[in-house]
Design a protein around this ligand. Structure first.
Ligand SMILES: [Zn+2]
Length: 332
């Protein structure tokens, strides 16, 4: 199997994670990591509520890589678009300057269908097992609909929108529309990176072209978004004095203001709150809340697998390493 430089770098980083920890058997590093894992399991057990904050790292860990160039994931689902529009990643195809709505919506349809049709990633399944029957709420910056495949959609705040919805690009009225049916029809009609003109989705009120309901300069903060935000805030308020565990996964430096910074603030200010941060490259916790924080600089896939196995006392069947996911993408 040929791996791209990005995939090689990722796999090298995996070895910094919990798999390496187990392989190291009793070294100070592995003992330190195991202490953290045990601490997190204890905190989950003691929590009255778990507030999960998920960002791109928790999806990328499964091989669903929208950012890196020419990954097997990209090659499997987007190779035709990559060739036609000379772009190396989904991220760049998303921001490509298309010459027409027919071209742009063809890509939007493919992208949306991939997100909606992919099975739940192993990180999400393991996280779900880890949370078990605890009271929980999810806030996510991810737009790929993965959380809704395993967690209750009524308990998820998609703060940057997600693939399930469309809006008017002029924001002429306060309504967003389910997108599944449209996306699948469009995706089935793509010819050489374009859809037929008459299929470009149009606003039923003003006739302007529709837009996926995901964060952009024309994102519509609809009543639906307000309702989601109010429910999330109400949930937080309700638990302010309880034992709340904030669990941030895969939150990097792109949009820390939505998950990481509020989680840190609440942990600092709430009497019984605790915080777990899990991401590759996660720095040490802030000293003001060091006794209430576990920061794990580790691979999300392997770490969640380890914790889910310890929590449930079972081997997590079906758990695949990143390398296997890449291989599967290449073979299919
Ligand atoms: Zn409109």
């Amino acid at each position: 199997m040929r791996l791209t430089a990005d995939a090689k770098a990722r796999n090298a980083r995996v070895l910094d994670g919990s798999e390496a920890m187990r392989a190291m058997n009793g070294t100070p590093e592995s003992q330190e990591m195991m202490k953290k894992v045990e601490q997190v399991l204890e905190w989950i057990d003691e929590a009255d509520a778990v507030v999960i904050g998920g960002a791109s790292g928790i999806s990328t860990a499964n091989g669903f890589d929208y950012y890196n160039h020419h990954t097997p994931f990209f090659n499997k689902y987007f190779a035709d678009f990559g060739k036609i529009y000379h772009e190396p990643s989904c991220w760049q195809l998303l921001y490509h300057h298309y010459n027409s709505d027919e071209e742009r919506w063809a890509y939007m349809a493919r992208n949306g269908c991939v997100m909606l049709d992919l099975p739940a990633g192993q990180t999400y399944l393991d996280l779900h097992a880890l949370v078990g029957d605890k009271d929980y709420y999810v806030i996510t910056t991810n737009q790929d609909a993965q959380f809704a495949k395993v967690f209750d959609p009524e308990r998820i705040f998609t703060i940057q929108g997600d693939a399930h919805w469309m809006q008017c690009s002029r924001r002429c009225h306060d309504k967003i529309y389910r997108s599944e049916e449209t996306l699948h029809k469009l995706n089935a009609s793509i010819v050489h990176g374009k859809i037929p003109t008459e299929m470009v989705p149009r606003c039923p009120v003003c006739g302007e072209v529709m837009e996926p309901w995901v964060k952009s300069f024309i994102f519509h903060y609809s009543s639906y978004w307000d309702e989601q935000a109010d429910k999330y805030k109400a949930y937080l308020k309700e638990h302010i004095n309880q034992k709340v565990l904030f669990f941030a996964l895969g939150v990097g430096n792109m949009t820390p203001e939505f998950i990481k910074h509020p989680f840190i603030n609440m942990t600092y200010n709430w009497p019984n709150a605790r915080l777990v941060l899990l991401n590759i490259g996660e720095p040490d916790p802030m000293k003001e809340i060091a006794d209430k924080t576990v920061a794990m600089n580790a691979d999300i896939l392997e770490t969640l697998k380890t914790m889910a196995e310890m929590k449930t006392g079972t081997t997590r069947r079906g758990t695949r390493s990143n390398e296997q996911v890449y291989r599967n993408c290449e073979e299919n």
